[in-house]
Design a protein around this ligand. Structure first.
Ligand SMILES: C[S@@+](CC[C@H](N)C(=O)[O-])C[C@H]1O[C@@H](n2cnc3c(N)ncnc32)[C@H](O)[C@@H]1O
Length: 446
């Protein structure tokens, strides 16, 4: 079999596609196969880098001092980064402590992927002092992935809370507090929430919010999401619904101003320990704010094109964690995981076409269908779901309907009343507080 492949390669040596096709047919190579590596050595000088990569991969399957030396030599002669990386990977797979100096040497490489490959190879020998010393030097490496790998290896993980990951503080269950969210959050202890889904005020674009400046608004949101980060359980999610807003022009001499809220908030969130996961577009059937395209329709002059916006963003973040999502899932009883499984008919793309909803009291409410998806896709039955900007309480209502607990804060008294009205018929156990009452409640013994 191998002889046929080798012959095919030699016949079509100038046709990279044919060579590759044949190289890919070669599976594992065992000692007893008695295969000669000559053809792979020859292919190291093939003009196609893909062929060279496959040749290196195949050479890595042999256990031979001579091949190790040849791969090392090729590493230094090779100019293509992908082939170089494959050389490091093939040499690393030999787990030969005699190569430690080689791997330490290439930690200086510019291509972070080569450095990562060398780190992987060195971690096999991480108990050796020389290896530890070389790797620890990279803890301040400018590349974030390199830094992260080494932090996980060489720094202590933060202590885990006493409670089980699925635990919900009984005093926070199905609770609504009528106060400024920042005052409320400081009364709650770390790692209390499983999921936060919220739609913050739209800067000064709606009547219920007022900020002295855009910077003040961003500072406020940053403070709220920093506190939310502290209160979020290890590796759990935050989903922020925003869109750019327009603050209308003051006179004909000025233009209206458009604020890119999702993009500005994004930069702050990732700085503060939230890992970006996804951008989901909520597409509505029609634009909901002022018609922007009207003028252009008349004059058709370039530069003055302004489309009507029918979308909002749902930006998905995860509290940065050393644990994979699998760890989070494993913290739940099998029964809960089963009960929380998402049924058929779920959305498979990041464009969610959903109709908006209107409320008699509140001017900007979530549609229930939107909360329904977020709660189902990003939480388990029994979890505690939080909305810092509770509004009319849509998230609370939906969370309860889906067997989750909720915690909401809302500053406005009328909206707070609307929440009470909405929730009164839906569930027997719920608690409404103002700030002082909530403070007293949290201080009470058990
Ligand atoms: C876009 S609305 C949220 C609507 C909500 N998603 C719903 O479905 O009804 C934002 C809400 O944040 C509230 N809010 C603004 N500043 C706040 C603060 N500092 N603390 C708590 N709530 C605040 C506003 O009163 C408003 O109801």
């Amino acid at each position: 079999m191998f002889e046929v492949i080798e012959q095919n390669i030699r016949t079509h040596i100038h046709n990279a596609r044919e060579v590759l096709k044949n190289l890919k047919k070669i599976g594992r190579i065992q000692k007893e196969d008695d295969i000669s590596y000559d053809i792979f050595m020859e292919l190291l000088s093939h003009p196609s880098r893909d062929v060279r990569v496959e040749a290196v991969k195949n050479l890595g399957k042999f256990n031979s001092e001579y091949i190790l030396l040849s791969l090392k030599q090729h590493y230094y002669e090779e100019s293509d980064s992908l082939v170089k990386r494959e050389c490091v990977s093939s040499i690393g797979r030999q787990r030969d402590s005699g190569q430690i100096d080689f791997f330490i040497d290439i930690l200086q490489e510019k291509d972070p992927k080569i450095v990562l490959q060398a780190i992987r190879a060195l971690l096999v020998f991480k108990t050796q002092e020389k290896v530890q010393k070389a790797l620890k030097k990279l803890l301040n490496h400018p590349n974030e992935m390199i830094k992260e790998v080494l932090e996980i290896e060489f720094t202590k993980r933060p202590p885990r809370p006493k409670e089980k990951h699925s635990h919900v503080h009984p005093k926070l269950k199905n609770t609504v507090v009528n106060a400024d969210v920042l005052h409320v959050l400081q009364l709650i202890k770390n790692e209390s929430f499983h999921l936060t889904f919220t739609s913050p005020p739209y800067y000064n674009a709606r009547d219920y919010s007022f900020y002295a400046s855009y910077q003040e608004y961003l500072d406020f949101l940053r403070a709220v999401f920093k506190e939310t980060h502290r209160l979020t359980k290890n590796g759990r999610f935050l989903i922020v619904n925003t869109s750019p807003v327009i603050v209308p022009r003051t006179s004909r001499k000025h233009s209206s101003k458009r604020y890119p809220i999702p993009f500005d908030v994004h930069a702050l969130l990732v700085q503060d320990g939230w890992e970006f996961i996804d951008d989901i577009i909520w597409q509505k059937p029609e634009y909901s704010v002022k018609n922007r395209i009207g003028g252009f329709m008349q004059h058709r002059k370039p530069l003055a094109y302004k489309p009507n916006c029918t979308t909002e963003y749902l930006m998905v973040y995860r509290k940065k964690s050393r644990d994979l999502i699998d760890w989070n899932i494993k913290q739940y009883e099998e029964e809960i995981v089963k009960e929380s499984k998402v049924k058929d008919g779920f959305e498979t793309t990041n464009i969610w076409k959903l109709d908006p909803t209107f409320d008699k009291t509140h001017s900007a409410v979530f549609p229930r269908s939107l909360c329904d998806r977020i709660v189902k896709y990003y939480s388990f039955v029994g979890d505690l779901v939080f909305d810092p900007f509770g509004g009319s309480g849509t998230l609370g209502e939906v969370a309860h309907h889906l067997g989750r607990n909720f915690f909401l804060t809302e500053i406005d008294q009328n909206y707070f009343k609307r929440i009470q009205e909405r929730l009164s018929s839906t569930l027997a156990y719920k608690q409404y507080f103002n700030l002082q009452e909530f403070q007293a409640w949290m201080q009470q013994e058990k």
